[in-house]
Design a protein around this ligand. Structure first.
Ligand code: MOS
Length: 729
């Protein structure tokens, strides 16, 4: 089905199930520990062997010698897989480094061997007996040192254009009445999801099945086939439950490839979970950035020049962190420039982490906006409102499909009590605590991806939805069930949702906050088709048929829905596609973030006291699961502001704090009451359900809102994240 914003089959604005704050239907399975995660598929494979991954202990260089003999003789060992005995492995399109390294080593903790044994303990013990000698070569590990060597990367679908220019930025900036020119830095960050990357692999002849934890089933099925050099139809990838992804599981990683190779070598099913201390350096991370923001404005606050440059690093062949993306779209201004530069670094592979681009980009831009508002003597909320735009400022012929950004800011200011803020910093005390209020804009693009589903109606009136869509803890199961229940006119209890299997129709998958809106649109398309099938079977005119309360009604006739399946299940499959709609108009989501902090006047310790997000993201499919997404993202934004940082050893080239002891993330005690308000909005240009993504919007802008609140509390402007206490004493 091709998306047509003018024609939707459903009376979609008189919804009964979509839009309800229903509990997650997978909730009981999760909270009782019964949801089967990849490493726990005892129901399918009772007695797998265990793989233990060995990571390289140099960042760059070569393996000169490898002695496996002691490990191979160790108790319980079934196989030791290395690049020497694994056969030819190709590199997939989505990973920059090889997933099994050797003899060349491309980054620290690149996998170099898998030891397979009867038990996990035996595999781990034998892994310690593998002797590897390396010859290390010098590498480039320091973004600040490599900044001068950075060049313009090749543009791709993921980056968009590398540089943009509108008007005459240098001249407008030079002539501006009020100017700001500051540089901000964000650190490398780790996804730190709860469930590690884990896979159970099993061969039957030349057919491979992997139960794994992956956000993008179709991508990774293809990548696994490419890597192993086998036809894609010989690979089945199953990923029904995922204990957090945040982008770390968008792509195929070493656990999948090594489990498959280990199972082939051992001649039996093998499971592999990346050990926690390996994950930070073995997989991907959000790359550090250096960002220069220049703003020029008239004294009345009208921005006349806006410039944003970003530097980041990655392995040879990798890509930039797209930290300037939001600056192309968020504020008006006649003269503009943005640019991205990429330095080659021999650190582990950089890649997407929740709201790649916008999350770190707004951490810079939105402090700059706060600084500029102060220079102008204008309230930061008003300064942003004054520079609102309803069109893409680089391409004024492209309007936003919907942009209630100003409403987010005004409602947020009112709900938060922004008028109680003292614009002069360092003025409000509560005992030893300095109190500050800060705000920032939130912005994240709404990406649409074609998405398919299959729906089945049986003679009990049960509707089953099958799609390779994933649920990374976001609530996909529930909103998909709501969509099917709404479309087929059945109660939620009559809907079954089966996800994450490569044998099902290809969906959008979970990434870039496109999952919820795109996948439910695909389910909608399949349900429209199933309704036509039902009507045909019952000899009704489908255009007139209403599907409600388990019945199909036309005029005063009504027939039980399951009557259509009396002679056998009815099955329909379709997908939603969007054509060029997003070229003609800009689709984005918006937020206003408001934060109150207290900073200990003696120690500099920052505590967040209150957080509010007002979000505009089209129709909210389920306010309960959407709120959970937003408060989780706000929590991640608080972590980015105050504590998260992978510490780089710039001599040896690795992230030092590569476990959950050294890599700090917020805990409950760090996070106060959080309030989330969704604007009552629908966007008819987005999907048939008029919904947009919201899972990443919640992190976008939070870091700067915290930073601006700390400035308001203390009068010290910190431009280098995370804002640890040493930086503002
Ligand atoms: Mo997201 S960083 O595309 O999982």
């Amino acid at each position: 089905m091709k998306f047509d914003s003018a024609a939707t089959t459903n009376p979609i604005d008189r919804l009964k199930v979509i839009g309800q704050p229903l509990d997650r239907i997978d909730g009981p399975l999760k909270t009782t520990g019964k949801a089967p995660y990849a490493y726990e598929r005892h129901d399918i494979v009772a007695d797998p062997a265990y793989g233990h991954v060995i990571g390289a202990t140099i960042a760059k260089g070569r393996i000169t010698a490898m002695d496996l003999s002691a490990a191979e003789r160790a108790p319980g060992v079934l196989a030791v897989v290395t690049a020497r005995n694994a056969g030819v492995l190709k590199k997939g399109n989505y990973n920059t480094a090889h997933l099994l390294g050797g003899p060349d080593i491309q980054h620290y903790h690149q996998a170099v061997a898998l030891v397979v044994a009867e038990s996990f303990e035996q595999a781990r013990a034998a892994a310690h007996l593998v002797r590897i000698d390396y010859k290390a070569e010098p590498g480039r590990f320091d973004l600040h040192a490599a900044k001068g060597s950075a060049t313009a990367p090749e543009p791709s679908d993921l980056t968009g254009p590398i540089d943009t220019h509108v008007g005459d930025f240098p001249r407008a900036f030079a002539q501006a009445a009020v100017r700001l020119d500051e540089t901000y830095t964000t650190p490398d960050q780790s996804h730190a999801m709860m469930e590690p990357h884990a896979t159970l692999a099993s061969w039957e002849g030349d057919s491979l099945t992997v139960w794994t934890s992956n956000q993008m089933v179709a991508w990774s099925t293809g990548e696994l086939a490419t890597t192993l050099g086998i036809p894609p139809e010989k690979v089945r990838l199953i990923s029904p439950y995922i204990g957090g992804g945040f982008g770390s599981k968008l792509f195929l990683r070493a656990d999948v490839v090594l489990a498959a190779l280990g199972a082939r070598a051992a001649g039996r099913p093998v499971k592999v979970a990346l050990q926690r201390p390996l994950i930070a350096n073995n997989t991907t991370h959000r790359p550090a950035t250096i960002q220069r923001v220049r703003l020029g404005a008239e004294r009345d606050g009208t921005i006349t020049a806006i410039g944003h440059e970003s530097w980041s690093g990655d392995l040879e062949g990798g890509g930039p962190e797209t930290a300037v993306g939001q600056t192309r779209l968020l504020y008006a201004g006649a003269n503009r420039m943005t640019s991205m530069r990429l330095a080659v670094l021999d650190l582990p592979e950089g890649n997407a982490m929740r709201a790649p681009g916008e999350a770190p980009g707004l951490m810079a831009l939105e402090i700059a906006m706060d600084e500029m508002a102060e220079k102008l003597g204008i309230d930061p909320v008003e300064f942003r409102i004054r520079n609102d735009t309803q069109v893409d400022p680089e391409h004024p012929e492209r309007p936003f499909s919907a942009r209630p950004f100003v409403q987010c800011l005004r409602l947020g200011a009112e709900r938060f009590g922004w008028d109680r803020r003292n614009a002069r910093p360092g003025q409000i005390r509560d005992g030893r605590w300095l109190i500050g209020l800060g705000m920032a804009a939130g912005f994240r693009n709404n990406l649409l991806a074609k998405s398919g589903a299959r729906v089945r109606l049986d003679n009990l009136g049960v509707v089953t939805v099958e799609t390779d869509m994933t649920d990374i803890g976001t609530g996909s199961y529930t909103i998909i069930a709501q969509t099917a229940a709404e479309m087929m006119g059945v109660p939620m209890e009559q809907v079954r949702v089966v996800l994450g299997d490569s044998s099902f129709p290809v969906s959008a998958g979970s990434g870039g906050q496109w999952g919820a809106a795109s996948s439910t649109a695909g389910v909608y398309a399949a349900c429209v088709k199933l309704r036509e099938e039902v009507a045909r079977k019952l000899s009704l005119n489908s255009a007139d048929a209403e599907f409600v309360d388990g019945e199909v009604r036309v005029g005063n006739r009504s027939i039980r829905l399951q009557a259509a399946a009396a002679e056998g299940d009815l099955v329909a499959e379709d997908r939603m596609e969007y054509g060029d709609i997003t070229e003609k108009m800009q689709q984005s989501t918006f937020a206003g973030h408001f934060v109150e902090v207290a900073v200990d006047s003696a120690t500099g310790e920052s505590r967040i006291r209150r957080m509010l997000a007002v979000c505009a993201a089209g129709r909210i499919l389920n306010p309960k699961s959407a709120r959970s997404q937003v408060i989780g993202a706000m929590t991640m934004g608080a972590g980015a502001a105050l504590m998260e940082e992978l510490a780089v050893d710039t001599r040896r080239g690795f992230f030092v704090n590569h476990d959950l002891v050294g890599y700090e993330v917020p805990v409950h005690a760090d996070i106060p009451h959080q309030e989330v308000v969704f604007l009552d909005e629908t966007d008819p240009m987005s999907t048939p359900l008029k919904a947009k993504g919201v899972g990443e919007l919640g992190i976008c802008g939070v870091g700067a809102a915290v930073a601006n609140a700390i400035y308001n509390a203390t009068g010290v402007r910190v431009r280098d994240y995370p804002i640890t206490l040493d930086k503002h004493l």
